[in-house]
Unconditional design. Structure first.
Length: 100
């Protein structure tokens, strides 16, 4: 369209998640993040306008004690849980919103 300008808005968000590797590879989580960024940016921004790049910042081991979901997973037949531990860490989501 003649006279329409394109703008780029860049930013980043830090997230604390239980399993950064699983979070970064989960298409539904990434799509939900794109939708949340678009929603926060305003009613004229759609998820299709948002590009997200994820990076794991750090991992640390947490005890599985008191984590009912993890304990349930480890008690299931065929589970591959040798220790009652899980990884936790931070993910940085860098994003670019491109408007047309």
């Amino acid at each position: 369209t003649v006279g329409s300008e394109s703008f780029k808005i860049e930013g980043s968000i830090g997230l604390e998640v239980d399993d950064p590797i699983a979070f970064m590879s989960d298409e539904h989580a990434v799509q939900a993040l794109r939708e949340a960024i678009a929603s926060t940016a305003g009613s004229d921004v759609t998820a299709a306008m948002v590009e997200v790049s994820l990076e794991s910042v750090g991992l640390r081991r947490l005890s599985g004690n008191g984590d009912a979901h993890r304990e349930m997973e480890c008690s299931m037949p065929g589970s591959n849980c040798s220790s009652g531990r899980r990884l936790s860490g931070s993910v940085t989501a860098s994003y670019t919103i491109t408007t047309h």
